[in-house]
Design a protein around this ligand. Structure first.
Ligand code: MLT
Length: 266
């Protein structure tokens, strides 16, 4: 199967990119992005069926006004797997995509064969973090996606990406600008209210790779390394020259790390 399919998920419909055939690799974007975060990875991994949805409130999926939560995002993804007849997938999620993986592991563990956790963390938001979420909601409501892009971009990308890869910065800005305000506000509320996932780390018995950009200012490499140490058998890799978005900032290195992991994952 090739191209986008539309999958009904309760009150909404998701746009889902599907490429190739083979065991399923589900690519889950972060906030406030869409499936094009994985544009390089969607083109590679022959022998895998790559599935990259736009989450509800993102990209070309519906953006309802209410009802966003990590549980809802996770259940939506199960609807996607069901629609594509996938019993279980290797799941790869970046940042909020990682928060959703924790919810998949809590609610639907048998559907996850292995996990790649990029630039994410298991802890819930701190009090300060929750205050920051309120500010972000107010900013999105008053200034729209453009104000969110201006605020976030300096923290999303490594300094060298910003100076040497204007195309990457332009792509990130475009992704943010096409995210509806309802989707931004819904995602920020869902992240603010997510639970602490550290208790499940020690229970996990599946192959896990943790990847973090060396200059990630949102989920630091030390956070990724500490998380990997709590998961039995997990590997950790830091990506040089990348901030919060290694799949776009350092696509070759990131793709190779994922490819090496996939070779041994199943
Ligand atoms: C993301 O990239 O998904 C978000 O920046 C995560 C967060 O704000 O916690």
């Amino acid at each position: 199967m090739k191209g986008a399919v539309r999958v009904p998920v309760g009150d909404s419909e998701l746009a889902v990119q599907v490429r190739g055939d083979g065991p399923a690799l589900l690519l889950i974007h972060g906030f406030p992005f869409d499936h094009t975060l994985w544009q390089h990875q969607l083109k590679t991994f022959p022998g895998w069926r790559r599935i990259a949805p736009d989450l509800r409130g993102a990209g070309e999926s519906s953006a309802p006004g209410e009802g966003y939560s990590m549980a809802r995002y996770a259940d939506d993804l199960i609807e996607v797997l069901n629609a594509l007849d996938v019993a279980a997938a290797v799941v790869c999620g970046l940042s909020m995509g990682g928060y959703i993986i924790f919810e998949l592991l809590r609610r639907h563990r048998s559907r996850v064969r292995a996990a790649i956790l990029c630039d994410t963390r298991a802890e819930a938001d701190s009090e300060e973090g929750r205050r920051g979420r309120e500010e972000m909601i107010a900013l999105a409501q008053s200034g729209g996606a453009a104000a969110v892009a201006d605020k976030m971009i300096p923290t999303l990308l490594a300094a060298e990406t910003r100076s040497e890869r204007p195309d990457v910065e332009a792509h990130v800005r475009e992704m943010i600008l096409r995210t509806p305000v309802a989707g931004i506000v819904g995602a920020v509320r869902a992240m603010r209210d997510r639970v602490d996932s550290t208790p499940i780390l020690g229970e996990l018995r599946l192959p896990v790779l943790v990847v973090t950009g060396e200059s990630d200012g949102i989920s630091a490499p030390e956070t990724g390394r500490a998380m990997a140490e709590k998961i039995k058998g997990a590997r950790f890799a830091a990506v040089a020259g990348a901030g919060h978005l290694p799949p776009l900032e350092q696509p070759f290195v990131t793709t190779r790390l994922i490819a090496d992991f996939l070779k041994n994952a199943l």
